[in-house]
Design a protein around this ligand. Structure first.
Ligand code: ZN
Ligand code: ZN
Length: 143
């Protein structure tokens, strides 16, 4: 190994060692706040191009929830009473609202739906708050 390259290698590794020795995770996160590391989607639910509900979505969604018996496919809560239908949402598994294939659907109560990634905004809706009050008294139908 040529002499100069050997020196360079030693210098490099000692620099690396110093960085390693002095690295403090807490300081790293102060210097680089978490919200700068996490890659956020470019678009929100409202601005994403082509991610719109299809025209027939209300009908397809209605039919789907009827077929699966108005039950949350996550927690099994029974929302078959007509006054409870509004608390059962048709979630698009792949996040593409225009993808209305049945295998892309999952019926979720608003409580479970709000736990899906990028769905936290649902927790601000009046329906969510109403539902959280009545949910403990609703029958679950054992999923
Ligand atoms: Zn649920
Ligand atoms: Zn959803």
């Amino acid at each position: 190994m040529p002499c100069s390259l050997a020196i360079l290698t030693v210098q490099r590794s000692s620099t690396r060692q110093r960085i390693y020795d002095t690295f403090v995770l807490r300081e790293y996160f102060v210097a680089y706040p978490k919200n700068q590391i996490v890659t956020l989607p470019v678009h929100t639910d409202n601005t994403a191009p082509l991610n719109e509900y299809r025209d027939g979505f209300p009908q397809t969604s209605q039919r789907y929830r009827l077929e699966i018996g108005w039950r949350c496919q996550n927690c099994g809560v029974d929302l078959s009473h007509p006054s409870h239908h509004k608390y059962l949402h048709t979630h698009h598994l792949n996040g593409q609202k225009y993808d209305d294939r049945a295998e892309n659907y999952k019926a979720l109560c608003i409580r479970c739906h709000a736990e899906e990634p990028m769905h936290a905004h649902l927790k601000n809706s009046p329906n969510y708050k109403d539902f959280m009050r009545i949910w403990p008294r609703l029958p679950a139908s054992g999923v």
